[in-house]
Design a protein around this ligand. Structure first.
Ligand SMILES: Cc1cc2nc3c(=O)[nH]c(=O)nc-3n(C[C@H](O)[C@H](O)[C@H](O)COP(=O)(O)OP(=O)(O)OC[C@H]3O[C@@H](n4cnc5c(N)ncnc54)[C@H](O)[C@@H]3O)c2cc1C
Length: 379
């Protein structure tokens, strides 16, 4: 029992080193990245140099082979100072996981090695008319000779334009619904691939979100990931693992907001004493810390289940994502309250964290969808 519910030392060491990197090399640019809605180049360089931009890539393909809990801690610590930057490792894992789960050794060698070396990898499931009901997608993959021709468009694609590689889910047989969907790897340089305007977003403004268009994109059959018709299953299995990374992101945003609010409460004086001395403020901070602690336990449990592909992963990853993101929304909002007027302006990072937190309740499946997933997979 001695170390039950304590992380093994190597994870705490990892946290300490990522925290130092995040505070020194990412946090100083977070405000500008958000204000100018620009890609966090500094963070990308720092993460890449430290082997943290795509640390999940197995060692045999040039990565660090970081396990799910390690990736969770990396994303959490980066999100604690900059949500947009935390999307670099998160999107790279999301985009490449279909390949890791269902690709051949040759395919992994071809796309995972460059990913480990600094290329980006995005995930293209959502479309303008197919969001929560993702299997209603209408991008078409037509089998022509030995290969495929892709036509259609994807909406809301994170890091679109920055990423070199894209996992694209397309319908090869619309009469079969979800069973007529196949996964492909598309490269940015493929003829017929183009990108829409940058979405003007409330938060995560440093991560480009754009439409991706496919106009007669010709793909050889070695671009197909997994069996014909297995794409939707691969896409959903991917989300079971990567929802944990969104939980991690939410957790980091919440922790970042609590840290700022707690420090501020000790420094800010009103009525002749620190506002921390008022019980009303103490109760808010206590509730914030309590919910973050609960979210962390659930998220780490989900990460461990992701690592061993446990039978109840689907419930736990949905629960972790839902609970952590609802917690992040509440905690970041309360952090603003604790800072009063100063929380409402961008001199402090809590309003950015609140805007970022909102997205974690929406993407990789809204929290309504997470509750449906949980209900269908009750433990
Ligand atoms: C910034 C950003 C980045 C994104 N990045 C990516 C990405 O990289 N790749 C990608 O593929 N997608 C991405 N997405 C898409 C995201 O996953 C979808 O926005 C999300 O799944 C919801 O789809 P929707 O926006 O079409 O909402 P809708 O599905 O239209 O939902 C609208 C509302 O109806 C509710 N609703 C829908 N169905 C039900 C139901 N059955 N029961 C109860 N309520 C329901 C929803 O919860 C929501 O509140 C991103 C989105 C954003 C905003």
């Amino acid at each position: 029992m001695d170390h039950l519910f304590e992380l093994p030392t190597e994870y705490e060491d990892l946290r300490a080193s990522v925290r130092a990197l995040a505070e020194n090399e990412i946090a100083p640019f977070a405000h500008d990245v958000d204000e100018q809605a620009r890609f966090p180049e500094e963070a990308h360089k720092a993460l890449q140099k430290a082997g943290l931009a795509a640390s999940h890539v197995p060692t045999e393909f040039g990565g660090d082979g970081a396990d799910s809990l390690a990736v969770t801690i990396i994303i959490e610590e980066v999100a604690r100072v900059c949500g947009s930057s935390s999307l670099i490792p998160a999107v790279n894992k999301l985009g490449s996981l279909p390949l890791i789960l269902a690709g051949t050794a040759e395919q992994k060698e071809r796309w995972l090695r460059p990913l480990a070396q600094g290329k980006g990898f995005s995930y293209c499931l959502s479309e303008s008319q197919a969001g929560s009901d993702a299997s209603a997608l209408s991008t078409k993959a037509l089998q022509v000779g030995d290969g495929w021709v892709l036509n259609g468009s994807k909406k809301w694609i994170s890091n679109a334009g920055f990423s070199d590689f894209y996992t694209v889910l397309a319908s090869n047989d619309s009469s079969k619904g979800a069973k007529g969907i196949t996964a492909f790897i598309v490269e940015k340089s493929d003829e017929g691939v183009s990108f829409g305007a940058h979405e003007k977003k409330m938060g995560f403004r440093g991560s480009p979100t754009r439409e991706v268009y496919f106009d007669n994109v010709k793909l050889s059959d070695d671009r197909r990931i997994g069996e014909i018709g297995a794409g939707f299953t691969i896409a959903m299995n991917t989300l079971d693992h990567t929802r944990v990374t969104i939980a991690a992101q939410a957790l980091g945003l919440a922790q970042g907001a609590l840290d700022v609010a707690s420090k501020y409460a000790h420094e800010r004086h009103q009525f002749g004493k620190p506002i921390f001395d008022f019980q009303g403020i103490q109760f808010m901070l206590a509730d914030m810390a309590m919910n973050i602690a609960a979210a962390r336990q659930l998220t780490y449990a989900a990460a461990a289940k992701s690592e061993r592909n446990a039978g109840d992963l689907r419930f736990f990853s949905a629960a972790g994502k839902c609970f952590a993101s609802d917690t992040a929304m509440k905690v970041t909002t309360d952090a603003i309250q604790i800072l009063g007027g100063y929380g409402y302006v961008s001199d402090y990072p809590v309003e950015r964290m609140m805007r970022d937190a909102k997205l974690t309740q929406i993407y990789e499946g809204t929290n309504q969808i997470q509750r449906i997933v949980m209900a269908r997979n009750l433990p």
